[in-house]
Design a protein around this ligand. Structure first.
Ligand SMILES: [Zn+2]
Length: 378
């Protein structure tokens, strides 16, 4: 059994459905401390379990290089999504069958965290400063996770030059894709208020439904942009229409809908919120936006080239720089330093029987070693 496989199994065996605290962080600390890392752990949030304010644990670890040396950061999360049913083996009892390791978190992303830990063993201490930015709240509301870690780093004066997030970005085989950016995301709750009444006496009522339909019709016709060099076109989806009404002869007093926009770097959460708000207002409605992330882009350059070279050397594959998919904690880390995401094959993430090829763990560990060394050697 290789050492990186052992590290992955140890992390995966600690149940850590989001938001995560405790045991999985104990194990992470026990792995990093002997490697010379100063480990800081703190918990944020004091709400009840299941609430958005439920406690979340975070871990920041740093191993200082010589004075004036570079600082490279690995970032990721130790929380996982709930296992769901139908597993062949227990979700939190990692098991190797054939050449695959099965268990929740295998690729998203305890496997990658294990690779990071294993990778730094081969980076000499005098190469430079290395840190780990690890949260227990990425799969949840992300209120007290990476954002709190960034606050902690600012307070302590830790500022990495570059950050690699280990999300599972590979698609068909390890190395075929890295994420150099992500789209932003905003959800908007629309509401139109009318006056309830009898359908036979419409002059005494005010039906909100035609006005909501007019809003949605305008929104559906909206072309936000046609994409950029690095991003696909921004997209607006109507995700819910809600007009509770149990009676056939009543004009309802209220009509609601919800939309979700994934947008590129031609927009901000605020610019879109204002635009949608104006359309809702035109038809007598209101719009309540919640921005869950702004887009980020680390344009191809030195950092992406270092990653591509490391991937090519270990796998023979040229990773495609991409900005597809959902949001990740890179949306917060972008405020600290340039960020790129690269990790395992994502085919089974969030699914039953999540699994990683055992071989990929060793390969990714070597890729991460190369990236850390090459970034610090710049
Ligand atoms: Zn993840």
């Amino acid at each position: 059994m290789t050492e990186v496989l052992e590290l992955a199994k140890r992390l995966m065996a600690a149940e850590s459905v989001t938001p995560a605290t405790g045991s999985v962080f104990d194990r992470m600390e026990a792995m990093l401390a002997p490697l010379g890392f100063e480990v800081t752990r703190f918990t944020r949030g004091d709400g009840a379990a299941g609430s958005p304010e439920a406690p979340v644990e975070n871990l920041f670890a740093i191993r200082h290089g010589p004075e004036g040396s570079g600082h490279f950061a690995f970032a990721g999360h130790l929380d996982v999504v709930p296992p769901g049913g139908g597993w062949t083996s227990e979700a939190f009892e990692p098991e190797v069958r054939g050449d695959m390791l099965y268990g929740r978190g295998a690729v998203d992303m305890k496997g990658a965290i294990a690779c990071m830990v294993d990778a730094v063993k081969d980076v000499p201490k005098d190469a430079g400063t290395i840190s780990f930015i690890v949260t227990g709240d990425e799969e949840g509301p992300a209120l007290h996770g990476t954002r709190a870690l960034i606050d902690h780093m600012r307070e302590q004066g830790h500022r990495p030059d570059l950050c690699l997030v280990g999300e599972p970005t590979s698609v068909d085989r390890l190395g075929d894709m890295m994420k150099i950016g992500r789209r932003g995301s905003v959800n908007i709750w629309l509401e139109v208020e009318g006056v309830q009444g009898h359908v036979a006496y419409p002059h005494l009522a005010d039906n909100p439904i035609p006005r909501l339909v007019a809003i949605l019709s305008d929104l559906d016709a909206l072309v936000l942009d046609s994409g950029t060099e690095w991003f696909q076109a921004s997209n607006l989806e109507i995700t819910e229409i809600d007009v509770p009404n149990n009676a056939h002869n009543v004009i309802p007093e209220r009509a609601k809908a919800r939309i979700s926009i994934r947008f590129n770097d031609l927009h901000t959460g605020q610019s879109l919120s204002e635009r949608i708000g104006a359309i809702a207002k035109k038809h007598g409605g209101t719009a309540l936006p919640i921005v869950s992330g702004e887009p980020f882009l680390t344009p191809p350059g030195e950092f992406s080239e270092i990653i591509a070279a490391a991937v090519k050397a270990e796998t023979g594959v040229d990773p495609e720089p991409s900005t597809t998919g959902g949001t990740s904690d890179a949306r917060f880390l972008r405020s600290v330093c340039p960020v790129i995401e690269f990790g395992l094959v994502n085919a089974t993430m969030h699914k039953t029987d999540e699994a990683v090829a055992v071989e990929d763990l060793s390969t990714l560990s070597r890729i991460y070693t190369r990236i850390a060394k090459d970034v610090l050697a710049r």
